[in-house]
Design a protein around this ligand. Structure first.
Ligand SMILES: [Ca+2]
Ligand SMILES: [Ca+2]
Length: 89
């Protein structure tokens, strides 16, 4: 799994790939990402300050403020996370 060692994010991922990775961390399979699930995903992607970034990501991407990232909000999340070196094209 190349992205696990891709700490400098020099290999761009497609949005679909990033969404695919994130979906894998929906551990309770409710179709939404909780803060806990997102934090685990960010950690695995090699991001630093995961807790802080999860907070920022939720502020930005959790549009209906229910505390979960649903399918529709996922693309906002991916767009926002690209600032932290999760490169998408
Ligand atoms: Ca979930
Ligand atoms: Ca939401």
């Amino acid at each position: 799994m190349p992205w696990l060692t891709n700490k400098d994010a020099s290999i761009p991922l497609t949005k679909d790939q990033v969404e695919g990775i994130l979906k894998r961390y929906d551990t309770n399979e409710d179709g939404k990402l909780s803060k806990k699930e997102l934090k685990a995903a960010f950690k695995k992607m090699g991001l630093r300050f995961c807790g802080w970034k999860v907070g920022r990501a939720f502020l930005h991407a959790d549009i209906d403020k229910d505390g979960y990232i649903n399918k529709e909000e996922m693309s906002e999340l991916v767009k926002y996370a690209s600032k932290w070196g999760i490169k998408t094209y």
